[in-house]
Design a protein around this ligand. Structure first.
Ligand code: DUC
Ligand code: ZN
Ligand code: ZN
Length: 490
């Protein structure tokens, strides 16, 4: 007997990509997929995947891990706990944040966040760089250098006191991104409206968590989307609008895309499954459902599903932002805190895929291919991780989640592996569960147990890739043939 042909063979499953579902064996050698076919020769290890789906590991391209919030609070999770919870939920790659606050030097920020991830990560990872202090030094030197070093995406905030950038700074960053081919992701809400509404609500004694939803009016989203899209058009820079929450927001993105602008859109389970009513609970309990933007209405949920079906929105991420429901997190300002004093965010790395699989595949909202596309292939393409990540093909990293489509699981706080202490989806029963998860060929979750150590996740350097390429549609005033010869691009 010679050596087995493969290190691992996943045998007899239904393999799904963004375009096809087919019955095949998957042969893995080392960290990569070496063969996909019928009746592959034996592997050193074998997984019986009959009556299972064999899917690409999920990519969660928006999650906050060991990040200092704008209010100075640390997330509940470490890289180890957050990425363990990701793995249990079928996610094998995360894009988290390296968050520059005002006064911080970007190279140091990246070094600090990289050290935390290197020590703790269980799944593979990379970063969006949050820029809140767009100094000359940053825009001209630090940002280009960081992009060249493999951090080819940036996040800007249009709201939050300590993080937001003014329009002029946003334009500087958009231009630097264009020149260096990086994607720019944006939290787009009108800061003034939110601050003004919040102040008036509090002055009148409306302090409960449910008023958080009132303080983020729908028009704060639409105004910021329109302004952002106009700025991106001036610079001809591709953008990703994070956490779209309203029908009108999705329509604005559809219109921009229809006119040829490179605008991408993301939504999250919070906006597909929750409404503002979820914040209306006794005492401060509603704080567990507080996130920004807030969950809206059933009509918005339907519009967002439609936008996903039509391709107006391309990704569904968790926006995992874990704060415990105690003095270390949501209740850090005490038991009488008002909604302005509570950290925004929900945990979601572990529940994102099971919740979506249940709605899309088990309950039939969309098909398995679209599930794979929205949760793995599209984020891989937009953030230039594809084809190494986000699909099942020969030569790609063997990041695979093996799903039992019939397994019913009732979600509970106790079964979660992150450190938040609760899940806003507790009590919900889902059909379909990722039972075995492989990262680069290694089984990291099996039999409900974690089989990988902290620090085994790997950094994924990225260049901008096709999604970050400008469209070439110059704004007239930026085009030297139409602006009396003024050269505004270097
Ligand atoms: N909103 C954010 O902008 N970030 C983290 C979590 C949230 O709810
Ligand atoms: Zn955000
Ligand atoms: Zn976020």
């Amino acid at each position: 007997m010679g050596e087995p042909a493969f290190d691992m063979v996943i045998r007899g499953g239904a393999v799904a990509t963004a375009t096809d579902v087919f019955k095949a064996d998957v042969g893995i050698r080392g960290e990569r997929i070496a063969a996909i076919g019928e009746r592959l020769p034996p592997g050193r290890q074998e997984i019986d995947a009959r009556s299972r789906y064999v899917l690409p590991g999920g990519i969660d391209s928006h999650c906050h891990i060991e990040q200092l919030s704008a209010g100075g609070l640390m997330n509940a999770d470490t890289w180890e706990s957050a990425t363990a919870s990701a793995a249990f939920g079928g996610t094998t790659t995360v894009i988290s944040f390296a968050a520059q606050h005002v006064g911080m030097q970007l190279p140091q920020v990246i070094e600090d966040y990289s050290a935390l991830a290197q020590k703790g990560a269980i799944v593979d990872y990379c970063f969006h760089m949050i820029v809140s202090d767009a100094t000359e030094q940053l825009v001209r030197h630090d940002l280009p250098a960081a992009i060249k070093a493999g951090h080819a995406s940036i996040k800007l905030f249009m709201t939050y006191d300590k993080l937001r950038v003014q329009d002029e700074q946003a334009l500087d960053v958009l231009m630097t991104a264009r020149e260096n081919r990086a994607m720019v992701c944006v939290h787009a809400e009108n800061h003034g409206m939110i601050a003004w509404m919040g102040k008036r609500l509090l002055e009148r004694g409306y302090t409960a968590p449910k008023y958080h939803a009132v303080s983020h009016p729908r028009v704060s989203e639409t105004e910021a989307f329109e302004r952002l899209i106009a700025m991106a058009a001036l610079i001809d820079q591709p953008i990703m609008i994070f956490h779209v929450s309203t029908r009108e927001g999705a329509a604005i993105i559809r219109r921009a895309r229809g006119s040829g602008q490179k605008v991408f859109g993301e939504t999250c389970p919070q906006y597909l499954f929750m409404t503002a009513q979820d914040l209306d609970r006794p005492g401060l309990e509603g704080a567990k459902w507080m996130c920004s933007p807030p969950p809206r209405s059933r009509d918005d949920q339907e519009a967002l599903w439609q936008a996903l079906a039509l391709g107006d929105l391309q990704t569904v991420t968790s926006d995992h932002a874990p704060y415990r429901f105690d003095a270390s997190g949501k209740l850090s300002a005490g038991p009488n805190a008002n909604f302005k004093q509570m950290a925004n965010g929900q945990p979601g790395l572990e529940t994102r895929l099971p919740i979506l699989f249940d709605a899309m595949v088990s309950k039939g909202r969309m098909d398995l291919c679209r599930f794979v596309q929205l949760t793995a292939t599209e984020p891989a393409k937009i953030y230039n991780l594809h084809p190494r990540k986000g699909t099942i093909a020969i030569g790609t990293d063997a990041d695979i989640a093996i799903w039992n489509p019939r397994r019913k699981v009732t979600l509970s706080d106790a079964m979660m592996h992150d450190r938040t202490g609760y899940t806003p989806f507790a009590g919900r029963t889902v059909t379909g569960w990722p039972e075995q998860v492989l990262r680069r060929g290694a089984l990291i979750v099996s039999d409900g147990k974690l089989q990988a150590s902290a620090g085994s996740g790997r950094f994924l350097p990225r260049t901008g890739g096709p999604a970050a390429e400008p469209s070439g549609r110059l704004a007239p005033e930026m085009d030297s043939r139409r602006n009396f010869g003024a050269r505004l691009y270097d």
